[in-house]
Design a binder for this molecule. Structure first.
Ligand code: FES
Length: 512
């Protein structure tokens, strides 16, 4: 039943020459100091840091390590998160914006120091990060950003051009940033956690947290994990406990392609500040082969229409700007953004002081996840972190625009209604192998997919989170929810929350 992929990591450039260590699933009840849910960069770094502190840690991953967003990144390690600092100075003040920069630059420095100390072979390179503009509005945005860099003492440089075959009107670089091969770095962290006595369990799905006495994670395997502290580092917060995270975040999907080119690479990491968004970097492997990665083309999760078209747009951009570009891999990623663009890192809520959350890094998960891990490890092991306040999930100062909140939720309401009333159905018989669509089945609206082997799967398309209608994602071959970004495999299994339960499989019926 698995001949259609659920975004296999093998489809990304990173998997080509890196293997993550494999771990067994949980097979007994355990008690630890800290249990961490989620095997991406946030979870692994938190587990690594706390195991270094002598804490007994257990990390639970529902699938394989780094199968989620961490494995689908462009892997820039930078505090330059788009042209964000002018906005942050306005919303958070100079002090708040400076804290955001310093916390993220601390994360960049942490990765560099760890790589240098242990000589981690992860293709780590220091690079300057460039924002480039191709329109007058973009230049204006860069000028304001430059003023913010000056106010915040961020090392930078103004440029009239960039060393790529792209006509720009101006560019602004941030100094002392970096890039690496994420899986090679993460494999090091996983091995160190084990050396420090920590436990890692793959294929171990956390179902719920029982908070009556000591916090306990209930797992699908049937074995509970009891811990003094629990960290939800599972991209979308696995536990909510009244935090209403689904209504305070929006999910975006974006696309990445990689390819080889005959051009020599001048160095640097690049980000277009105008539309369409483009994020460009290169990596050179041990054999000296240079691959260019280009990301962009984002849309609200589940509302992308023909998702193949995004890959095609990136490929034609690559061919226009890089000589003899030859496509090697293409993949997509789902990113979560908070209302004010500052991640939620810290205690889940003021009354759940032993439950922690880390989420909402937008497209900057390598730095955001490392920053979250440093903060959480310090709070759990030492009681506080000097940068924690600005990231507190319970903050109220940080919702600068109630209009944004209302707009996102009106969009959810619209999608809820649209999915129920617009049939947009196809006949089951007309489905070709590898295709999925909304269909009419057994007197109800449903979703059908025919696998490449010709097997037919029909699911109830009612999202198990809050009842919106999921739609077929042609490029990734998944069922995606347009409301809060839950994703399901062709047979209905949860790939990404907030939904916790699978879609109901209508056919074939599950044998009991
Ligand atoms: Fe919320 Fe589907 S993710 S209704």
């Amino acid at each position: 039943m698995s001949d259609l992929p659920k975004q296999p990591l093998e489809n990304t450039y990173w998997r080509k020459d890196a293997a993550m260590p494999a771990f067994d699933s949980l097979s007994e009840s355990i008690t630890v100091d800290v249990a961490i849910i989620g095997g991406g960069i946030s979870g692994l770094t938190t587990a690594y840091l706390l195991s270094q502190e002598g804490k007994k840690v257990a990390l639970l991953e529902a699938d394989r390590l780094c199968e989620g967003t961490t494995g689908h990144t462009t892997a820039k390690i930078t505090a330059q998160h788009g042209a964000i600092y002018d906005e942050f100075v306005n919303h958070l003040g100079v002090g708040g914006a400076k804290t955001y920069y310093e916390a993220n630059q601390r994360a960049v420095d942490f990765v560099r120091e760890l790589v240098e100390e242990h000589n981690i072979p992860c293709q780590f390179e220091m690079e300057d990060a460039y924002l480039y503009a191709t329109t007058d509005q973009g230049v204006e945005k860069l000028r304001k950003e430059k003023e913010a860099y000056e106010a915040l003492d961020i090392p930078h440089e103004w440029h009239e051009s960039i060393p790529l075959n792209i006509q720009v009107k101006a560019a602004l670089s941030m100094k002392n940033q970096a890039q690496f091969h994420p899986l090679k770095y993460m494999a090091f962290l996983a091995n160190e956690i084990v050396k420090n006595g920590g436990k890692i369990f793959e294929h171990t799905v956390a179902l719920d947290v029982n908070h009556d006495a000591k916090p306990t994670i209930l797992t699908k395997n049937g074995f509970p994990v009891t811990a003094s502290s629990i960290v939800a580092a599972s991209h979308f917060p696995f536990i909510d406990k009244g935090g209403l995270y689904f209504s305070r975040m929006k999910a975006d999907r974006s696309y990445i392609i990689s390819g080889v080119t005959q051009e020599s690479w001048p160095g640097g990491m690049y980000l277009h500040v105008d539309r369409p968004s483009r994020s460009i970097r290169a990596c050179t492997n041990e054999e000296g082969e240079t691959t260019i990665l280009i990301g962009g083309e984002h849309h609200k999760a589940g509302q992308g229409g023909d998702t193949r078209s995004y890959y095609e747009a990136l490929e034609s951009y690559a061919k226009a700007h890089f000589d003899s570009f030859e496509l090697t891999y293409e993949w997509s990623a789902q990113d979560l953004q908070t209302l004010d663009k500052v991640p939620y890192i810290g205690r889940l809520s003021p009354v759940h002081t032993d439950l922690f959350v880390a989420t909402g890094y937008r497209k900057w998960g390598m730095t955001g996840g490392t920053n979250a891990a440093i903060i959480l490890a310090n709070v759990i092991a030492h009681g506080s972190d000097k940068y924690e306040d600005i990231f507190l999930p319970s903050r109220i100062h940080a919702d600068p625009s109630i209009r944004h909140f209302l707009k996102e939720n009106l969009n959810v309401a619209a999608e809820l209604i649209k999915g129920k009333v617009s049939p947009d159905e196809q006949s089951i018989e007309s489905l070709r192998n590898g295709e999925g669509a909304a269909v009419h089945y057994d007197g109800q609206k449903a979703g059908a997919c025919r696998t490449s082997a010709g097997e037919l799967y029909i699911v109830d398309t009612t999202c198990t989170h809050m009842g919106c209608e999921v739609g077929w994602n042609k490029a990734d071959q998944t069922w995606d929810c347009p409301c809060h970004g839950s994703r399901f495999s062709y047979s209905g299994d949860v790939i990404e929350g907030p939904a916790k339960k699978p879609l109901t499989l209508l056919s074939p019926k599950k044998s009991s």
